[in-house]
Design a protein around this ligand. Structure first.
Ligand code: UDP
Length: 323
């Protein structure tokens, strides 16, 4: 099969490409390398048995002509191209909204034109600032004011979900929506703010671990390989069409405990330094206090359950950066 991955040079996209190439598929990637990396493409070319079935285009998904050709050529689309990372979104507010809304609309318009099934990567950010756990796909959403720019990402991903459902209703387009919780693993960069690569690198360098706020905020991390497995299963499950699914792990942990664990796993002599949010971010930042997914729905539809523990993840990430 010919499969298009938008954002395929990124962290999750390149792991997805690797799995699909290993399964013998022809993989087409479009990525403007805004946060993706050519290193990921070179790695795919080097490691994948069928490297002649990889086709890479360095373009934006806003480039209509190339997208017309690619969507027309491929049998299905994993739409992962997006502005990602809190730091990136705060630094690139306009471009982030444009890519996430206009870009996604263009991709869906073309999928509807050619009747190609599409899986849209949404985000746990969509839920906003809940304190309860676990988050269920039918939960209400709670955002802060528009002056706090972080919420632009959540709002843009929410619009993507509405667009997908509207395309399904109006054009019969086969869509699947996946809300990804904190996805981590080897090859993820800390450049856009993500906590695990940042703290692991700090620990390996015996530098202070920068914990924002008092570190009581929690997250539930998922290994990228579990996420890739879930994405492929959802794409291949007919009952997933027109549905929204959380994809995430099961081990909730506070960021301060995560930092302690990282010091432990790496055998580092680092100390933990709590940094007030106002020092770490511009004034229009607001953090999410808690984020835990319910994975009951995806488990029911696909049998998904995460394979990797947080310890596995931290060991792999530490080994990756040690190299
Ligand atoms: N965080 C931190 N130190 C860092 C980077 C992030 O304490 O160097 C915190 C961040 O404030 C958030 C959590 O770790 O509470 C997860 O941050 P990340 O950017 O990885 O993901 P997201 O905020 O999207 O969940």
């Amino acid at each position: 099969m010919r499969i298009l991955i938008t954002g395929g040079a990124g962290f999750i996209g390149s792991h997805l490409a690797e799995a699909l190439l290993n399964a013998g598929e022809e993989v087409y990637i479009i990525d403007d390398l805004s946060t993706g990396s050519m290193d990921n493409i070179h790695l795919l070319e080097k490691n994948c048995p069928k490297n002649n079935s990889l086709f890479f285009h360095k373009n934006s998904i806003l480039d209509y002509d190339i997208m017309l050709e690619l969507v027309g050529t491929c049998d299905m689309v994993y739409h992962l191209a997006a502005a990602v990372g809190v730091r990136y979104i705060l630094d690139n507010p306009l471009k982030s909204i444009q890519i996430n809304i206009q870009g996604t609309e263009k991709v869906m318009e073309l999928c509807a034109k050619f009747k190609k099934k599409i899986l849209i990567a949404s985000s746990s950010e969509v839920y906003g600032k809940h304190l309860h756990a676990p988050l269920v796909e039918t939960d209400n959403i709670i955002y802060g004011p528009s002056s706090k720019f972080r919420w632009s990402y959540a709002a843009s991903k929410l619009i993507d979900e509405f667009l997908a459902i509207a395309y399904h209703r109006m054009t019969d387009l086969d869509i699947v929506i996946a809300r990804l919780f904190n996805t981590v693993g080897p090859r993820q960069t800390g450049a856009y703010g993500m906590v695990i690569p940042r703290l692991v690198q700090q620990a390996l360098n015996n530098e202070p671990l920068t914990v924002y706020g008092d570190g009581t905020q929690t997250r539930t991390f998922t290994h990228v390989k579990d996420v890739v497995h879930a994405l492929i299963s959802l794409m291949n499950t007919p009952s997933a069409i027109a549905e929204i699914f959380n994809i995430g792990g099961i081990q909730e942990i506070s960021i301060i405990d995560l930092a302690k664990k990282i010091i432990d796993v790496t055998g580092s002599s680092s100390q933990i330094e709590c940094i007030p949010y106002e020092k770490a971010f511009a004034k229009d930042f607001e953090d999410m206090q808690r984020r835990v997914p319910s994975i009951e729905k995806i488990s029911q539809h696909t049998g998904f359950k995460p394979h990797y523990t947080l310890d596995n993840i931290l060991e792999e990430v530490a080994a990756y950066f040690s190299k």
